[in-house]
Design a protein around this ligand. Sequence first.
Ligand code: UTP
Length: 480
Amino acid sequence: MAGFQESFDRLKRVGQEHLLHFYPTLEDKQRAALLAQIDSLEVESLPGLVERYVRNPAKQDPPSGLQPVDAYPHEAGSSRKPWDRAKYHQLGEQLLRTGKVAAFMVAGGQGSRLGYDGPKGCFRAGEVSRRSLFEFFGLGIRRAQQQYGKPVPWYIMTSPQNHASTQAYFSEHRSFGLDPANIMFFQQGMMPSFDIRSGKVLLARPDEVATNPDGHGGSIAALRNSGAIADMKRRGIAHLSYFQVDNPLVRTLDPVFLGLHAHAPDSSAEMSSKVIAKTNPEEKVGVFATVEKNGKRVVEVIEYSDFPAALAKERNADGSLRYNAGSIAVHVLAVSFLEKLASDPNFELPYHRAEKKVPCVDLQSGEQLVPTSNNGVKLEKFIFDAVPLCRASIVLETDRIEEFAPIKNASGVDSAESCAQIQTLRAVRWLDAIGIKAPRKMDGTPDCVLEIDPLHGAEPADLRERVQGLVINPGDRRVI
Ligand code: UTP
């Protein structure tokens, strides 16, 4: 590890030597920890990043030649782009039956909007069962293993901030019945957090640089650096089913999506994505579209803040939004694609800037500050920026109630409450499809709280035997 002078000189060259401001006042252990942390940061890249993203954040150029993406419609029989759901279901099942698929969950985020104390995956997303997000996914994976007779390895990205507590939670819950030998936790990288005005890196404490995880896009480097890609290759895994830690409705391993990704004629089988129809032009989700890049038409996700407002409002003849393909952060990624990207020395995903409240220490007074307005800038990479790097990338449209109820906020939109409502709506719909009526209120909304046990079913037909003769009374709360 570099000593004080070496670290100081290194920081001074990039205008960040204030990070050692409190060094003389620290105890030996704190000094060592601070120097080790500084050692681990790529400070040489800071001047360029500060200039580009903190001090002079350029407004993104409007995307060139924007066109709606040609998604596979949710209804396979749609005249817009008919496709054979049963065929791709079978092809996807084939991949699962031959052990070619692993699950890949990103769980390194800070979950600051939810404000939950602990890894977000420990949050109880089961309104009736009280089971955690992690358990929802674990049971979904267990079901796929039982159904297809092959282990499904589960790769979980954490950050240094929640790695140990995530692993401890899995141990306490005996990995939800999964074999721990098939679960690999690996940590993502950290980025320094910056003062919003000066671009100086903030100190979280006198002996600690303020840092944040480097975004879910940091997973590509982390998968390689941790040895996860090598592990996948040893196990013969070809594709990863990617999902985030906040959406308990996600189909952890969806054969139809896997089949389309790997075999659709317009897919390069490198990276594919799921989308849902946006509810309104202003909905705050990234939008899949195609753009012109280097003379080629590529699929790209455009953040809602960068999407031209006039285009967002355009409608088709049937009234639907022309740019309707809202991202739900569900992908399939080929291991070979990830390996190709991660081993290319020129590969780098762009950073995205987010203004946040970053607790920090005041350099002058040494006082600990808890900001009430945004004082900091965090830089993160996003996994969807890998989509335009594919030779060809397909997009599958799905249904919001079936697959998307993220828990992001403590209340309101995308909260535990809205998630529970959507879980009930989905359960009512599934029961309806197999001839069981759930009670409804006068306004047509369900008069019950229902939750589907991921171990029991991934689609309505799976529940048929289990629920024969089931009667649901008004006000019932049940796990099905
Ligand atoms: P979000 O964008 O919702 O961020 O992450 P977050 O950090 O969890 O929550 P806020 O913004 O602070 O409220 C979407 C998914 O990406 C993962 C999260 O764990 C979540 O599954 N993620 C995010 C990472 O794994 N690493 C990161 O650096 C950021």
